[in-house]
Design a protein around this ligand. Structure first.
Ligand SMILES: [Zn+2]
Length: 648
């Protein structure tokens, strides 16, 4: 039943190093060794496909990222004679660059710069060149020209300052002020009356006044990378189950044509493959990086099912209609015949692109609302990532923001358990729930635009918070009756604390960009303003969000969920915007400064980059794979350089 997280006797290294406010943590895939050779071989080929597409994401995120990375990697791998202070600064920046897949912070969307004088950087590059470094020079270009050209990218925080800017301020354009490479020369006005044929998988470019879609496919943009992905996917097909092979074939077809019909066919094939023990996500998936919320960022994950934990999730999924029938929203928005919600607890073997080194802990796909309603969706919770997060968190971090010793003790005992439970509820009964009105044609994103993602994340979180005290969870065997009250209190307290603690992640500016952060901020601030559930208290110059009434918390969550569902179902854009503008986006910088000072004293990381497991195939004389070895590098640099084809 409910096993407190503290009971594991796992003494392996999780936290490897700290790089400024990032933690570097090793991810373990226990259970890989026990898989049959056929599944290991399948995973190996999918792992290669995941690494093959990694650079697509770098390029989508910023057009200069790959050149910048080449410069950095050539310097650190040819470091002889570079002075120690310069080299240390370059290493720090390079590691942050790898963790964030480019020069923009994963959470704040803001640029971070190399903290070194440009002269010293040029000197380091010159010494690296003398040791054999090969820089990405354009025709006729010299090293000095290259460094001058990329100088603003490395050193100027005001040059291309934000990767995704959904709220640029009055009169400014969300595309023009976003530095990502999903558009070129395009502003929102250009899109009036223009219908994209490849909304998810193209870069939109304005050429001589005309909009052109550069399609991501074989023969199109990213041709070379996509061909490599396809080659590895083909190698994987013979080792897959029939349902998974069908999905992989459909994915290959989509990579070949880029056509939306083929993307739909792939999504359907993927969602229908519910029982394969191994699965992959590989493609243009999440739309958070696009200020419009339309273009997909490339990502790949490869994983296998964790059978024990999956049993727990299946119980939730089987009861999905029970929960749907009791959602606190208008009956008109209740879905009938909720089906097809597949839920697996999985262990990931590799994550690249948009999902690595910084990883999600739960995923629910596909995003296409029409497919979700007709065919259902698949949910996974990333057990080994959640576990690694928990193992790398030090107890003093929880104590700092807890009002009382009892609260800290509850967090210590239950936070890991409660967060896994609510993550599962978020994915399985949260995202899968609710019905939207006919006039939205299955596409609430279209009308809710940049507010959609944060609203949908709020909805899923609220569903989890609303039902976590429900006796149904006891009936399903997911929690012990005697422990449920304490678990609920620990979860509510942790949720409230998080709205405060997460401010550490937004070190500059006074607004939150990241959608999950907006969602959590909105919910807690709404509860503070509209219920008596949470008390804001001060002690010794420190602020605390203290949960004083669990019942009021749940009732407030129900009221807010009712409204959030109404906004989604009706596509009420002004209401969505007002809700987030009032509660989710803006915050008091003095409070943030206080939180930052508190976490700095404890050296608490803002986010985590994971070092992935490493696979190596052993082959016989005919080239057949006879064994796949898994190992754990415990070294971010070694892994990143290996992915780029370099060694230290
Ligand atoms: Zn979610």
């Amino acid at each position: 039943m409910s096993v407190p997280a503290a009971s594991h006797a796992d003494t392996r290294r999780y936290l490897i190093e700290r790089v400024e406010d990032a933690a570097v943590v090793q991810l373990y895939a226990d259970g890989f060794d026990e898989l049959p050779l056929r599944e290991k071989t399948l995973i190996y080929h999918l792992y290669q496909a995941a690494i093959a597409g990694r650079d697509i994401y770098y390029d989508q995120r910023y057009e200069h990222s790959l050149e910048m990375r080449d410069v950095l990697e050539e310097i650190v791998t040819h470091a002889a004679g570079i002075d120690a202070v310069s080299l240390a600064a370059i290493w720090r920046y390079t590691k942050l660059f790898w963790i964030n897949s480019g020069p923009y912070n994963n959470l704040t969307a803001r640029k971070f710069v190399l903290k070194l004088a440009p002269d010293a950087f040029a000197d380091a590059a010159g010494r690296a060149a003398a040791s054999g470094a090969r820089f990405p020079l354009r025709a006729g270009e010299r090293l000095g020209d290259l460094l001058a050209r990329l100088g603003p990218c490395f050193f100027d925080p005001e040059f291309d300052p934000i990767v995704t800017n959904k709220t640029p301020g009055a009169g400014k354009d969300i595309l023009a002020t976003s530095a990502n490479n999903l558009y070129r020369g395009v502003v929102m006005e250009d899109l009036d009356g223009f219908t994209e044929r490849y909304p998810l998988n193209s870069r939109l470019v304005k050429q001589d006044g005309v909009l052109v879609e550069e399609v991501y496919r074989v023969g199109g943009r990213y041709d070379g990378y996509i061909r490599e992905i396809v080659r590895h996917l083909r190698a994987a097909v013979p080792f897959a189950t029939p349902a998974m092979a069908a999905a992989l074939e459909a994915l290959i077809r989509f990579y070949e044509t880029g056509e939306t019909d083929h993307r739909v066919a792939y999504d359907i094939a993927w969602v229908h493959d519910k029982d394969s023990p191994v699965d992959t996500i590989n493609g243009f998936v999440e739309v958070y990086m696009d200020a419009r919320g339309v273009k997909g960022a490339w990502e790949a994950l490869v994983y296998y099912v964790n059978p024990h934990k999956t049993q727990e999730i299946r119980k939730l999924a089987a009861a999905a209609q029970w929960f749907e029938d009791r959602m606190p929203w208008d009956a008109a928005y209740r879905k009938q015949g909720v089906r097809g919600i597949s839920a697996n607890a999985i262990d990931v073997v590799v994550e690249t692109g948009d999902s690595g080194p910084v990883t999600p802990v739960g995923i629910n796909l596909p995003n296409d609302q029409t497919i979700r309603e007709e065919h259902g969706s698949k949910s996974v919770s990333l057990s080994n990532a959640t576990h690694a997060y928990d193992k790398s968190t030090l107890p003093e971090f929880r104590r700092e923001f807890a009002w009382s010793d009892e609260e800290a003790a509850r967090a210590e005992k239950w936070s890991s358990f409660a967060s896994e439970l609510t993550t599962n509820m978020h994915e399985v009964i949260g995202h899968g729930s609710g019905k939207i009105r006919e006039h939205l044609n299955g596409n609430p994103q279209g009308v809710l635009k940049e507010q959609y993602s944060a609203l949908e994340e709020s909805r899923a979180d609220l569903v989890a918070l609303y039902f976590v005290p429900d006796p149904k969870l006891v009936e399903l065997g997911l929690v012990d009756a005697a422990e449920q009250d304490e678990i609920v209190r620990a979860e509510y307290e942790g949720y409230a604390r998080n709205a405060l603690v997460q401010l550490r992640r937004v070190r500059e500016g006074t607004q939150i960009e990241e959608d999950h952060m907006r969602n959590r901020q909105m919910i807690v601030r709404w509860l503070i303003e509209n219920t008596r559930a949470i008390d804001v208290r001060r002690r010794d110059g420190k602020t605390y969000y203290v949960v004083i009434d669990v019942k009021a918390f749940q009732a407030g969550v129900g009221r807010l969920l009712q409204e959030v569902q109404r906004i989604k179902s009706e596509g009420d854009y002004p209401a969505a915007k007002a809700l987030f503008e009032t509660y989710g986006v803006h915050f008091d910088p003095a409070l943030r400064d206080e939180v930052v000072a508190r976490v700095e004293r404890l050296q608490m990381p803002s986010y985590t980059g994971f070092v992935q497991p490493r696979l190596e195939a052993v082959r016989d004389a005919q080239g057949n794979i006879t064994h796949v070895k898994i190992s754990y590098p415990l070294d971010l640099a070694a892994q990143m350089l290996e992915y780029s084809g370099r060694t230290l």
